[in-house]
Write a new protein. Structure first.
Length: 225
């Protein structure tokens, strides 16, 4: 039945197909909402691109500064070098430690042991210093129950004391050498007992072991000094 008026369904369909008939249609609202994020995203891209360019400019400036600093250091290195005559030091074997590939040089000589054995007065000073440090450092640490400090200081002294006593005993004539080495072995045994009591943290036994080691120390010193 023809009519000049549109039904509600026809009006809805026509407004959907023709947004201008119904200006507040949801399609126009959707388009308005989509356009805003696109603009914000475009703005973020511009800001991000500007940040990247600024970072590149900063890195280029830093690189230029480092290059200038390196050039300055190279220029400072081109200064006169002091030359000293160290031939006297080399005569004592100082440079032998850098000759590890020279197989013709014995290991004892390369490490300086041979040179140390040749200077008995210096070796005697080392032994006297070790004795002093055991008396003035190790024993007070034991009395204070500072076990770690006592153990470390004792082993620092014994590390070179064995070598020094062997050097002095070996320098004695054949008739005295055997007795000196025997006295040295007895002293080292007493000293190891002292170290054992320190590791056990037994103060009474440690001090008693030290008294025994001190007596045997005087015995070996009387034979090699």
């Amino acid at each position: 039945m023809p009519t000049s008026f549109l039904s509600a369904q026809q009006f809805f369909l026509s407004s959907t197909l023709h947004p201008y008939i119904y200006p507040f249609h949801r399609t126009s609202v959707f388009q308005t909402r989509v356009s805003a994020p696109k603009a914000a995203r475009a703005t973020r891209l511009v800001v991000r691109a500007s940040a990247v360019e600024s970072r590149r400019t900063l890195m280029a400036s830093v690189a230029a500064g480092l290059a200038a600093l390196t050039i300055g250091q190279d220029a400072m290195a081109l200064t006169p070098v002091d030359i000293r005559d160290d031939r006297k030091v080399m005569d004592k074997g100082f440079d032998l430690i850098y000759e590890a590939r020279d197989l013709d040089i014995p290991q004892n000589e390369r490490e300086g042991y041979t040179q140390a054995r040749g200077d008995l007065e210096s070796t005697k000073k080392n032994v006297a210093e070790a004795k002093k440090r055991i008396q003035t450092s190790v024993v007070p640490f034991v009395k204070k129950a500072y076990w770690t400090e006592a153990k470390e200081e004792l082993r620092r002294q014994v590390g070179t004391l064995r070598f020094d006593l062997n050097t002095l005993a070996s320098a004695k004539p054949k008739a005295e050498k055997k007795a000196a080495l025997a006295a040295k072995a007895a002293f080292i045994k007493d000293l190891e007992e002292f170290d054992l009591q320190i590791r056990k943290k037994d103060q009474v036994a440690a001090l008693k072991a030290y008294d025994t080691a001190a007596i045997s120390f005087e015995t070996i010193l009387a034979k090699v000094f």
